[in-house]
Ligand binder design. Structure first.
Ligand SMILES: [Zn+2]
Length: 257
């Protein structure tokens, strides 16, 4: 059995030269990969790349919170209409809130509000299209939780989540899953979720090309294997058990593999 990577950006220029070698390693190691877009330009790259590898690369489209301040409301609505017309999407993402980035944008309060409005539009789109959400949450966990509790989208996975263990448990009780990525090698919060929540709460990711197990290196999807090994070690169970449980959740949430 092979694990599944739920969240990557492998259209990134970091893979420009050796994308075929990287995908060959990924096909040996994994059962599939979700590729999520961030803005109009990358959303089109996601579609083109996934078309070349049907049954292995699966597309998700949205606007990343870090990109919201670069687009007008009209551009965001036009992109939502474009996404609505696409076939074969397995999720709406990457969308969500990033208040660290909102601060960097130079217009903190307004960018936070626009991120919230955009996130709500994508939650509505996910429910309209009956798709799960691939959610980015950074320094905004309380607001993400509040928004999910208010709008109650049917299915969602939380990427980059760094709330308390109690908050992670609460999200799992609502049916939402916590994404455990290669950040398990350096994030205390991620490790605490693995220690405290059942395997059924998790799906796996790399967020390639970023979040490499060794900071500063390029990450790649095959590294999901390292996450499997690390979870198995923390929980003192076999790697097969980790893969079986997380793949079952992938099938339930994303309806793939
Ligand atoms: Zn991402």
């Amino acid at each position: 059995m092979k694990p599944f990577d739920c969240h990557t950006h492998i259209y990134d220029n970091a893979f420009g030269k050796d994308i075929n070698e990287m995908l060959a390693r990924a096909k040996k190691a994994l059962s599939g990969i979700i590729v999520v877009g961030e803005d109009p330009e990358s959303n089109r790259k996601v579609i083109a790349l996934c078309k070349k590898h049907p049954g292995f690369l699966f597309p998700g489209l949205a606007i990343h919170p870090d990109k919201v301040h670069t687009l007008t409301d009209a551009q965001i609505d036009t992109e939502i209409n474009f996404i609505r017309e696409q076939k074969n999407l397995v999720c709406i993402g990457e969308c969500g809130l990033d208040y660290l980035w909102a601060k960097k944008s130079g217009d903190y309060e307004n960018t936070k509000l626009r991120q919230q409005e955009t996130f709500r539009k994508f939650i509505a789109l996910a429910d309209e299209l009956n798709l799960p959400l691939n959610i980015h949450s950074r320094r905004a966990d309380a607001v993400v939780i509040h928004t999910l509790k208010e709008l109650r989208p049917k299915k969602a996975v939380l990427h980059g989540f760094s709330g308390t263990v109690a908050e992670a448990k609460e999200m799992f009780s609502f049916g939402y899953k916590i994404v455990i990525g290669t950040n398990l090698f350096f994030s205390k919060e991620t490790k605490s979720y693995v220690e405290s929540l059942p395997l059924e709460a998790f799906v796996l990711e790399t967020d390639s090309p970023v979040q490499a197990p060794v900071r500063g290196q390029r990450n790649e999807p095959a590294n999901v294997r390292l996450v499997v090994k690390k979870i198995a070690g923390i929980k003192n169970i076999s790697e097969e058990e980790v893969i079986a449980a997380t793949n079952k959740t992938v099938r339930h949430v994303f309806n793939v593999i």
